[in-house]
Design a protein around this ligand. Structure first.
Ligand SMILES: *[C@@H]1O[C@H](CO)[C@@H](O)[C@H](O)[C@H]1NC(C)=O
Ligand SMILES: *[C@@H]1O[C@H](CO)[C@@H](O)[C@H](O)[C@H]1NC(C)=O
Ligand SMILES: *[C@@H]1O[C@H](CO)[C@@H](O)[C@H](O)[C@H]1NC(C)=O
Length: 525
């Protein structure tokens, strides 16, 4: 997913030129396959390696490879600055608003610097806007390859220490004033994984991070994260969900019957030569992950979930004969056509179908040069975060085939990261290393949580159904956005009055509580 080259000329047109909301999809057995398949197709999207003409100046900050042990190695961490709203004469203390780049190239976050949350908050406060790239992503790469050993400095502790070191020591080029913390109030913003980081930064480094906004913050690491797809099932358009459920139960039923039933359904989906049924079945959920990237701004959101729903149509009671004596609901052939058009057709000779869709050959995971950016979030998942998505417990309808198991979905952890000389990926991710920082209960003054009702990641946030209710206060804002999906407050429009009322309102609330926080700021004696 690193093919798309966006050339941005005018910063005003930036958001609408940007190719789709970029949120990392769940890491699962088919992730590496899907990435390879779509890399060459029209479906390629701007994930890592976006090469945009710089509309904000890029700088670098020198970080140690290891904050806790001297290795003698350093690397250059990229950051971008927007000084367009910076006003050192503002009466309130002038903040730095830093947006955490999270698990992707920092230049993917330009829309947030241009018309999104960073621009909104700096405009309201006279603050300086910054996007800080996460170690190992984009071009902030401290190593020469992505072998298991080389990835061992990619962990939460090191990446949090990068941000702390930056906040305490950065000297912004062209700005005379010393804007480091604790003498300057820093407000740390993040969405999704970066949202969890915002919460962690506020609680672990309270003297450096004066306030933080944690949007769709996945502060709860989970090995069996079945609730993700269950939120898609409950909140995505219901006719579409019904078509998916009909298809999945039909496919599972025919595979279970075996023989010519099994052959007929694989043939219908154009995947007769995929050896393992679970590989075939797990390909079929490839389009449901796009739900999390839907957005209130059609110019920014990923249109592919809705295109998928259009393809599979509305429920009816029509039966279609797919082989002599084998009839299925009309949803199934429509679903098959969607799969063929978008995925199966991308697999062309000399590649075999097992090479494209199979997950059992370790060779398929062996490339470990720095172009293999899928290895980065995968490594974080396998070592600390989990987030595997097997089907829900029996009795709850499943958007994924019931052939998929936790072992199957986590197999990349074992196949892609063979033990190194210095580091071994644990048998299961050490989710406690994340959850001990607070999990569902993480809280602090001047730490805001913003979540969307229909966000599949909500079950990993303090707004999960299974978390304790909280009060929403100025000191501890706790905002729940009905109908919203993943960090919908992060992007904005150059004309805020054109935003939907829900989005205008949350942006106004964010301005209000950040200003209230800044009023209380006192420089340390
Ligand atoms: C801030 O005040 C100084 C001194 O009065 C002035 O020279 C400068 O232009 C002002 N800067 C802004 C951004 O208003
Ligand atoms: C990976 O890079 C390290 C240095 O960063 C080097 O020592 C090692 O030999 C490389 N391994 C491979 C397999 O390229
Ligand atoms: C499946 O394999 C057969 C036999 O090798 C081959 O002729 C056919 O083209 C393959 N079909 C697909 C869709 O790959």
């Amino acid at each position: 997913m690193k093919l798309l080259t966006a050339t941005i000329v005018a910063s005003v047109a930036l958001a609408s030129h940007w190719q789709f909301a970029a949120a990392t999809q769940p890491f699962r057995a088919q992730s590496a396959n899907i990435e390879r398949l779509l890399a060459n197709s029209l479906n390629a999207r701007a994930d890592d390696g976006v090469k945009a003409e710089a509309t904000f100046p890029v700088y670098t900050f020198t970080q140690p490879l290891d904050h806790f042990k001297d290795t003698g190695h350093t690397f250059e961490q990229r950051y971008w600055v927007s000084a367009r709203n910076y006003n050192p004469n503002a009466t309130t203390p002038v903040p730095v608003i830093v947006l955490d780049g999270g698990e992707g190239a920092g230049d993917r976050r330009f829309p947030f610097l241009d018309t999104g949350i960073v621009d909104i908050l700096t405009k309201a406060t006279g603050g300086l806007g910054v996007v800080l790239e996460h170690r190992y992503y984009g071009e902030s790469i401290p190593v020469q390859n992505f072998t298991t050993d080389s990835l061992r400095w990619l962990n939460n502790e090191q990446a949090l220490a990068d941000s702390a070191n930056f906040i305490a020591n950065v000297k912004f080029p062209g700005i005379d004033a010393d804007l480091t913390a604790p003498n300057t109030p820093w407000i740390y913003y993040g969405g999704s994984y970066a949202g969890a980081r915002a919460a962690h930064m506020r609680t672990l480094y309270p003297d450096l991070v004066y306030g933080a906004i944690a949007s769709s913050a996945v502060t709860v690491a989970t090995i069996d994260n079945w609730r993700y797809t269950d939120i898609v099932r409950r909140f995505a358009p219901q006719e579409c969900i019904k078509q998916i459920l009909t298809t999945m139960s039909t496919v599972d039923g025919l595979l279970l019957k075996g023989g010519r039933h099994r052959a007929a359904i694989k043939q219908l989906f154009g995947m007769p030569n995929v050896t393992h049924d679970v590989d075939f079945a797990s390909m079929l959920d490839s389009s449901i992950w796009y739900w999390q990237n839907t957005n209130w701004d059609p110019g920014y959101g990923d249109p592919r979930f809705f295109a998928f729903c259009d393809d599979i149509g509305k429920p009816d009671n029509k039966q279609v004969e797919i082989a002599p004596g084998i009839k299925v609901n009309s949803a199934v052939p429509k679903y098959a056509n969607h799969m063929i058009k978008n995925y199966v057709s991308q697999c062309t000779p000399p590649s075999t179908q097992d090479e494209c869709f199979g997950t059992f050959d370790p060779e398929g995971y062996s490339a470990d040069d720095i172009s293999q950016s899928w290895r980065l979030w995968g490594f974080q998942v396998c070592t600390q975060w989990g987030y595997f998505l097997p089907p829900p417990p029996e009795g709850i309808p499943s958007l994924r085939s019931r052939l998929i198991t936790l072992d199957y979905d986590s197999k990349s952890c074992r196949l892609a990261y063979p033990p190194g000389e210095h580091f071994k990926v644990p048998a299961w991710p050490d989710v406690n290393s994340v959850n001990k920082l607070g999990g569902f209960n993480i809280a602090a003054d001047r730490l805001a949580f913003i979540d969307g009702e229909a966000d599949p990641w909500r079950s990993n946030t303090p707004h999960a159904d299974q978390a304790k209710p909280r009060k929403d206060t100025i000191q501890r804002p706790f905002k729940y956005l009905p109908g919203a999906v993943h960090h919908w407050d992060e992007n904005g429009l150059s004309d805020p009055s054109a935003e939907p009322p829900l989005i205008q309102k949350i942006h106004q609330q964010q301005i209000a509580f950040v200003k209230a926080w800044l009023k209380d700021f006192k420089r340390p004696a």
